[in-house]
Design a protein around this ligand. Structure first.
Ligand code: URP
Ligand code: ZN
Ligand code: ZN
Ligand code: ZN
Length: 471
């Protein structure tokens, strides 16, 4: 019987190799690689263009309930559609526990939210905000064993943060049950103290968000998080690292042999604090995220960390809030103080094209490293490999065929439900010409061709231990 889909003349790039091949797909899986493969029911000629494994976005927020009026603009339908049109074929958003809520109830709630809305495969990280004895002794171990093999904890945000003793407790559960903990490292009390002082001086514009969360606040928390992980003897992933101060802490930890992984995001390569605007300007609220974007010197250090192996993972941290919306950055048309602007920026769709264009096409990073950062490493760390994160016989047929024409980013052309992109007007060297999710074309370079319900929940294994961190 014929293959379902054959992609001809691919320049197939994995984290390890680049080679010319046809790719044959049957029942959503890669079944043959080689030249002159038999016919497929559908055929696509890649014409020698680069083909990479579909993106795995291991850090994105969809449909998380928040304190009113804030509401996330993307649900699992618009969020996954947007991801697919930018080359991402697997997402790991969060199932967040509210204080006082059972962790298992939180997970059930998020499964309801995902329903059958997703057009690409998805899994969930847990967010542990209330580590009661019940959560530590029963719920968390049970959920880890059931395929929720990673969880995020916070050192800041009143409704989420844990104190150091609680952090030690949950890190110890991660160690004993083989889960991967992720941490948001910013010092909460420093942020509060700086915020109060800024506001007392009348500094309320979005730009002061950056002054309330300077790099030292991230550096101190990163150092402390590393120390706590070292004490417990567990691996730890530090999410959304913004610049040199936290990078240095990670470098020192790795040099000591501590098993620390680090993630960064497009906003720390392409935005700076200047994007938060000047005094009296409010539009910079669009770029308010935590940690805040820094300066060009820090961008250079983040690029270096992508080049030299300091970072294992490149994620979007997609946090979708509209700008001009009752539930968004400018609630009911009000220019609120910086500390009341919902945190986070959209980026599911632009993550891969930004790094491919500005990293690979400019020669900053090899395409193999691009694949490692955006697909292979997140798949390995979060227990999805080798089903996801590579293109090999037996892997899911999740892939991107890259276009070779320049594209200007405009929000009108994106597929999320957010009313802006921080990257409006930026010219990229390429955009995906096709995205394929388990053998189905979900983006054909012009249109979304996927369907909601195609995406399946994936229960994940424990972290794949042989991940190669070069440092
Ligand atoms: O500002 C951000 N990053 N918002 C999303 C939530 C988080 O802390 O990752
Ligand atoms: Zn965070
Ligand atoms: Zn420097
Ligand atoms: Zn986040």
């Amino acid at each position: 019987t014929a293959f379902d889909l054959v992609i001809r003349n691919a320049k197939l790039c994995t984290a390890a190799d680049v080679f010319e091949t046809d790719i044959a797909i049957k029942d959503g899986v890669v079944v043959c690689l080689g030249k002159k493969l038999a016919k497929g029911t559908r055929e696509i000629d890649a014409k020698g263009r680069t083909v990479t494994p579909g993106g795995v976005d291991a850090h994105c927020h969809l449909d998380q309930p928040l304190a009113p009026p804030a509401r996330m603009a993307d649900d699992f339908e618009t969020g996954t559609r947007s991801a697919a049109c930018g080359g991402t074929t697997t997402i790991i958003p969060f199932a967040a526990q509210e204080k006082g809520q059972s962790l298992i109830a939180a997970v059930e709630d998020y499964h309801q939210r995902a329903g059958d809305l997703s057009c690409i495969d998805y899994s969930f990280h847990l967010i542990v905000s209330d580590p009661t004895p019940e959560v530590l002794d029963r719920e968390l171990p049970e959920l880890i064993a059931k395929g929720y093999s990673s969880f995020k904890i916070y050192m800041t945000y009143d409704d989420l943060k844990l104190d150091d003793g609680q952090i030690l407790d949950v890190l110890d559960i991660a160690r004993r049950h083989g889960a991967l903990p992720m941490i948001h490292a910013e010092n909460s009390d420093c942020i509060k103290w700086l915020t109060k002082r800024l506001k007392a001086r009348g500094h309320t514009a979005p730009r002061y968000h950056a002054d309330a969360r300077p790099a030292i606040v991230e550096r101190e928390a990163a150092h402390r998080a590393i120390s706590l992980a070292e004490l417990v003897d567990v691996q730890l992933l530090i999410v959304h690292v913004s610049g040199i101060e936290a990078i240095e802490q990670i470098q020192m930890a790795k040099a000591r042999g501590v098993n620390i992984h680090a993630e960064t995001c497009p906003q720390y390569l392409f935005l700076t604090a200047a994007d938060l605007g000047l005094d009296g300007e409010y539009e910079g609220a669009q770029c308010v995220c935590s940690p805040p974007p820094r300066d060009p010197e820090n961008q250079k250090h983040v690029w270096r960390g992508l080049e030299n192996g300091l970072f294992s993972v490149f994620s979007s941290d997609h946090a979708p809030f509209k700008y001009d919306d009752a539930a968004g950055k400018k609630p009911n048309g009000c220019e609120v103080d910086f500390d009341h602007i919902p945190n986070g920026i959209p980026g599911l769709e632009t993550r891969l094209p930004l790094l491919y264009s500005e990293g690979v096409l400019t020669g900053r990073i090899p395409v193999t490293r691009f694949v490692e950062l955006t697909s292979t490493n997140p798949a390995k760390l979060y227990g999805l490999y080798p089903r996801k994160g590579t293109l090999a016989i037996g892997s899911d047929a999740d892939l991107v065929i890259w276009g070779d024409q320049p594209v200007t980013i405009t929000n009108d052309a994106l597929h999320h439900a957010v009313d802006y992109t921080p990257y409006e007007g930026r010219v990229l060297g390429a955009w995906p010409a096709y995205t394929v999710s388990r053998g189905e074309v979900v983006w054909d370079g012009k249109q979304y061709t996927g369907r909601k319900g195609h995406g399946e929940f994936i229960a994940r294994s424990r972290p794949f231990q042989e991940i190669t961190d070069d440092q």
